[in-house]
Each structure stands twice: as structure tokens, then as C-alpha cells.
Design a protein around this ligand. Structure first.
Ligand SMILES: C[S@@+](CC[C@H](N)C(=O)[O-])C[C@H]1O[C@@H](n2cnc3c(N)ncnc32)[C@H](O)[C@@H]1O
Length: 244
């Protein structure tokens, strides 16, 4: 089985597992905590990178799944006509289509072979996609493609986990060093985020404050948020946008 077929089979297995589906439902305090703390850090990093307001930028999410992060991007101010998402799985793109405004562009595509011209986007995101890809060659191709479609002066935003949880052979953690090596020509800024989900699952329903305090300790955080700039003096987006 090639890697793309393996990924398709793995996601079909997950979709058929109701326990797994319930684990990620937004009604759960642990899910709310993880998403809300991530949101704060992402917004802070975007602001520091000069990517505010978002509606001045062409944005692509690679591996957008059912569109949850794209909905966040719209809430944060992205222009739907400049917001694009792609995913390997047609059923996930169909679900994203139902959730997102018709002016957003959604495409079924492999991240290792993106159907966009070079330099098309100011901001290219990947949120927990690379850890679904076990084949190092496909990871490499996907990073190469994300970099290719990024405009000079643009930014890749990476969010993924660095610790391997037990009992999930369908994913593989990516250490910060490997993530940075995938984009060797960028300037990297890094934050540790997301209090370890096994802790949040136990604690969030009893003490939000306890979660907040523990989340302030980088050693207990399992994910990396990395901002990677395509270093050039060229200004991304509209001509009046300050350099990032
Ligand atoms: C864990 S989900 C994350 C979805 C979304 N980024 C989010 O955070 O809600 C990972 C997604 O990556 C997609 N994916 C995995 N390998 C891919 C590839 N080679 N090309 C495009 N999408 C891929 C999967 O289909 C899945 O929808």
C-alpha cells in the first residue's frame, strides 16, 4: 500500500470509531481548553508577524480536514474570497464545503502535489497534518510544495505535536529539529503550546485555572507552534501591506 492509500485507510478507520469521534467534540471542556489556548497563542504570533488584519492576505490551509481551522481564520478576520483549503480526502472537503461560505475555495489535493502556482499565498498553514504522514519522503514533498506556493516574504504557520502518545501507530510525532529542517531556508520562531492532552482530559472539568497554570510550563506542552518566514525584502499581499 502506498502512503496516500495508507492515510486514506487510517482516516476511514478513525471515522468509523465513535469513541474517537466523541473524544474531539467541542462540548468537552478539555477540547475547549486546548482550542482556546491554542487560539490565543496563534493570534499573538500572527500579530507579532505583522499578519493583522488577516483580510489583506491570500491564505492556504494544507490538510484542512472538515474546515475547523478555516472557520477560525474567518472569525479572526480572513477574507473568504482569499481563503483556500485543500485536503486529500473528498469526504472531508465535502463536509468543509457544507460548513464554510461558498466564496472560500476548497480542493481535493495531495499536499505533496499542490495545484497552485508558485508564490500564490502570503500565509500557508498546516495544523496536525504532517504527523499523519509517516513516509519521510512525502513529508519532504509536502514541505517543498508549501514553500513553493508561498510568496516571497510570506509565512508558513506550523502546529503539530512533538511527543508520541502511546497506542497510536497511525501517527508519528515530529520533533522541532525535523520540522525546521523541512523548511531549511526559512527564519523560524517557535512556541511550545498545548498542555499534554492526557493531563487536560483529567483536569479541565475540575479546574480551568489548574490547566492554565500547568500550560504555562513549556515542559508539559506537547505541541510546537512554528512561524517560518520566507526571508526576502519582498512585501507579501497588497502593495500597502507593511513587510512581515
Ligand atoms: C488531524 S486532521 C487536521 C485537520 C485540520 N488541519 C484541523 O486542524 O482541523 C489531518 C488532515 O490532514 C489530511 N491529510 C493527511 N495527509 C495529507 C496529504 N498528503 N495531503 C493533503 N491532506 C492530507 C487528512 O485527510 C486530515 O484531514
Amino acid at each position: 500500500m502506498n502512503e496516500l492509500d495508507r492515510i486514506r485507510a487510517e482516516y476511514a478507520r478513525r471515522a468509523a470509531d465513535p469513541r474517537l469521534q466523541a473524544r474531539y467534540h467541542f462540548s468537552r471542556p478539555d477540547v475547549q481548553f486546548i482550542i482556546q489556548t491554542r487560539e490565543r497563542t496563534v493570534l499573538r504570533q500572527l500579530r507579532r508577524a505583522g499578519l493583522e488584519p488577516l483580510d489583506r492576505f491570500d491564505i492556504l490551509e494544507v490538510g484542512c480536514g472538515e474546515g475547523g481551522v478555516m472557520l477560525d481564520l474567518l472569525r479572526w478576520g480572513a477574507d473568504p474570497t482569499r481563503l483556500h483549503g485543500c485536503d486529500l480526502l473528498p469526504d472531508r472537503i465535502a463536509q468543509a464545503r457544507r460548513r464554510l461560505p461558498s466564496t472560500t475555495t476548497l480542493t481535493v489535493a495531495d499536499g505533496g502535489d499542490l495545484p497552485y502556482p508558485s508564490g500564490r499565498f502570503d500565509l500557508v498553514l498546516q495544523f496536525t497534518v504532517f504527523t499523519s504522514v509517516l513516509d519521510p519522503h512525502l513529508r519532504q514533498r509536502m514541505a517543498h510544495e508549501m514553500w513553493r506556493v508561498l510568496r516571497p516574504g510570506g509565512v508558513v504557520l506550523w502546529y503539530d505535536f512533538r511527543f508520541q502518545g502511546p497506542g497510536n501507530p497511525g501517527v508519528r510525532a515530529i520533533h522541532l529539529r525535523e520540522a525546521c529542517q523541512l523548511f531549511p531556508h526559512g527564519q523560524h520562531t517557535h512556541r511550545r503550546v498545548t498542555l499534554a492532552p492526557p493531563i487536560v482530559r483529567r483536569l479541565a472539568r475540575w479546574s480551568w485555572l489548574g490547566c492554565e497554570l500547568l500550560a504555562a510550563l513549556p515542559c508539559l506542552c506537547t505541541h510546537d507552534l512554528i512561524l517560518i518566514r520566507k526571508g526576502t525584502s519582498q512585501v507579501p499581499g497588497d502593495s500597502d501591506v507593511p513587510g512581515i
